[in-house]
Design a protein around this ligand. Structure first.
Ligand code: ADP
Ligand code: MG
Length: 679
């Protein structure tokens, strides 16, 4: 059998189904994935005494554990294990971040060594590696391991693969001319030097090429998707300009200049016979919905149908309601299709849809079911698109006759990154809020200031305002999350009685229940809404002008920003109170950032600096793959160069016939196949 870099890791000795699965969980499926699973660092494990160690130095201390390890968890996936280590009678406080299992490996009286960074003033060691015996090499490559698979196993498998696939490793992923232009290494050398480094300089050089390779492959994928789009000739949407203009005059407000500009960009795209694939970015409250409504209306005047897909039922329902208000029901028929649409109603909708009697179909994932067939779909809009993966975006374009796509996001992705990360899309930005909005005042309050906030909320309610109370996110358990919300609800119902009523919203309610609660809140039937993060996305109640977020440090910055975006939607001065006693510097910085700015792009940039790009561009968030070695924030320039080179490459006839770069071609074929099959 011929070998290929795309062979499954299961072909290696020692990889059974269980180990294969463990590798899969680390994102390793193929031999190529394995050999590009690079060490995150190389460590010199020589031992020293604290007195011989400089501040900030990386060092190994050996000693006896002098306290039971304590595990603390905070917020999203963050955990810290701490214990005391006696090193020649000197007590050192050791902490490991985000490796909770270390707590189980360490116990009092044990002798062990810890490699980490030393803080001399506070006699603390931030651990990076735990060494349970003395036999480990002095200089080693450190791989990110997991609970299911050990460092040493990964190391063995990598070496086995390097040996068994030596011939296949000779294939290149970067065309020669580009390698020469930027003095990059061969692919095989990169892999060898990353795993078995001879010295620092080679490691640096290998890492530089490895980053470029990653960016280049990523950009090639985007360019190929773009090329595929271009070949997929779209149809021109020949809308009636006069009618669109007339519709704009019926809106209850004047469009902002930014809205006018993006509407023009979108309509110009739609009129062209090419396929539109456009991302509409705009901060929360910037007014994206009306822009989408205009684009949809234009398509309708061209005799076409439109679809709008939202990530949650509440949001879909809200859109259905808003759009029904914008449009004259005699002229435009809007229907809602979600998971909870009853069978009979669903049947009727599907029938009318395929007959062309429905103009706008709004819904959740329910829209991308195989039996949802349009008569003539011209435009599909995706709201809060960062909530959907590449797969769902691709599916949406399959439901009709390759409709134009308008994806909207109140994105946490900074402009610079968006351009490169969403390279397959054209980007429009609404960089202006509607006039007359008052700045939301944000205050960070310690736990002991809680009563003052409650008193303040009461005053605001007296003036006719409504308020949100967001309960802490308990990542580990949805049940606890809900119980917590219920407890806060019970307490506040009592606090505000008899003058004001309190409502409750959480993720375990049925969609009908959630919808009923939101409607009642909108109608001011109760004045305070206690909620879990269910309200994070898109909900619009202009009279609600106060928000209190409990244990705010449990949330990420972009999540806090999204939450805060629920207020500041009406004429009233709005307020957000972040109640928290953060336990980490990172938590403190997030609270401070929130009080300093309400600009989503500034916060996104800050978030990026605090968390790193991996998190933000993560699959979960945006449908964009994470990078292994490359760092799109620090190496943005390299990313841009890779983009230019990828554009150039795909424009070269027969670029994929070059025998030298067959590894690249195979890698791309595979992912493009995946993309085409939405898998
Ligand atoms: P988002 O961009 O967060 O989706 P929405 O589309 O929900 O924002 O708009 C937020 C609020 O602003 C809505 O109540 C909407 O009716 C209102 N709005 C949108 N555009 C304007 C405008 N040009 N002038 C005044 N209010 C506007
Ligand atoms: Mg919105």
């Amino acid at each position: 059998m011929t070998k290929s870099m795309l062979d499954s890791v299961a072909v290696l000795n020692g990889v059974g189904p269980k180990r294969e699965q463990a590798l899969n969980h680390l994102g390793i499926y193929t031999i190529e994935d394995l050999v590009t699973y690079y060490p995150t660092r190389y460590e010199d494990l020589a031992q020293k005494l604290p007195s011989q160690t400089e501040d900030g130095e990386k060092v190994t201390f050996k000693g006896v554990v002098a306290s039971e390890p304590i595990l603390r968890r905070f917020g999203r996936k963050k955990a810290m294990v701490t214990f005391r280590l006696l090193v020649e009678n000197e007590p050192i406080q050791v902490s490991f971040f985000n490796q909770p299992w270390i707590g189980n490996k360490v116990s009092q009286q044990m002798t062990l060594a810890v490699y980490g960074t030393y803080d001399k003033a506070r006699q603390r060691l931030t651990g990076m590696k735990l060494l349970l015996n003395d036999s480990e090499d002095e200089q080693q490559a450190i791989y990110p391991a997991s609970k299911e698979i050990r460092q040493s196993t990964i190391k063995e498998l990598v070496f086995q693969a390097l040996h068994t696939y030596a011939d296949e490793l000779k294939g290149e992923v970067i065309p020669k001319a580009i390698r020469q232009r930027y003095q990059l290494m061969n692919h095989g050398d990169v892999i060898k030097n990353m795993h078995q480094p001879t010295d620092d300089v080679t490691v640096q050089a290998a890492r530089r090429t490895a980053s470029f390779e990653e960016f280049f492959i990523f950009q090639m994928r985007l360019q190929l998707i773009k090329q595929m789009d271009r070949h997929n000739q779209g149809r021109p949407v020949l809308f009636n300009n006069g009618e669109v203009k007339k519709f704009i005059t019926t809106l209850p407000f004047e469009l902002t200049d930014a809205q006018k500009r993006v509407v023009n960009e979108i309509l110009r795209d739609m009129r062209r016979p090419l396929h539109m694939n456009r991302l509409l970015q705009g901060d929360v409250g910037s007014g994206k919905t009306v822009v989408a409504a205009l684009a949809m209306y234009a398509a309708i005047t061209a005799g076409m149908q439109t679809a709008l897909m939202a990530p949650t039922e509440i949001l879909a329902q809200q859109h259905a309601q808003t759009l029904s208000q914008f449009f004259n029901p005699a002229e435009v028929r809007v229907e809602l299709l979600t998971g909870s649409t009853r069978a009979a109603a669903r049947r009727q909708i599907l029938e009318d849809l395929v007959a062309g009697d429905i103009d706008i179909l709004i819904g959740t994932h329910a829209l991308i079911q195989p039996d949802v067939l349009f008569h003539n779909l011209g435009l599909a809009v995706i709201d809060e698109q960062h909530r959907f993966g590449v797969k769902q975006r691709a599916q949406l374009r399959e439901i009709g006759m390759n409709p134009d796509i308008l994806a909207m996001t109140a994105t946490p992705i900074p402009r610079t990154l968006a351009i490169t990360a969403y390279g397959e899309m054209d980007v429009s930005v609404i960089d202006q809020l509607p006039a007359g909005r008052k700045q939301i005042k944000t205050e960070w309050v310690r736990q002991n200031g809680y009563d003052n906030v409650i008193a303040f909320i009461k005053e605001q309610l007296d003036q006719g305002a409504q308020a949100y109370v967001v309960t802490p996110l308990i990542e580990e358990s949805e049940v606890l999350d809900v119980q917590n919300a219920q407890a806060v609800y019970a307490e506040l119902a009592e606090t505000f009685a008899p003058d004001y009523r309190v409502g409750l919203l959480h993720g375990r309610m049925t969609n009908d229940e959630k919808e009923a609660v939101m409607q009642a809140f909108k109608a001011n039937q109760f004045q305070v809404l206690v909620s879990t993060t269910v309200i994070e996305v898109g909900v619009d109640v202009p009279n609600a002008s106060v928000m209190m977020i409990l244990d705010a440090d449990r949330f990420g910055l972009s999540q806090l920003h999204q939450l805060r975006g629920r207020v500041g939607r009406g004429e009233r001065q709005s307020y957000t109170f972040l109640v928290s006693d953060p336990k980490t510097q990172y938590g403190i910085e997030r609270m401070e950032a929130m009080t300093q700015t309400t600009d989503g792009f500034v916060l996104a940039q800050k978030d990026l600096e605090l968390r790193g790009a991996g998190d933000i561009l993560g699959q979960r968030q945006s449908g964009v793959p994470e990078f292994k070695v490359a760092d799109p924030v620090h190496d943005l320039k390299m990313m841009t160069i890779a983009q230019e080179e990828a554009i150039e490459t795909v424009a070269t006839p027969d670029w994929d016939q070059d025998p030298e770069i067959q590894t690249l071609v195979t890698l791309l074929d595979e992912t493009m196949g995946r993309y085409r099959n939405f898998d």
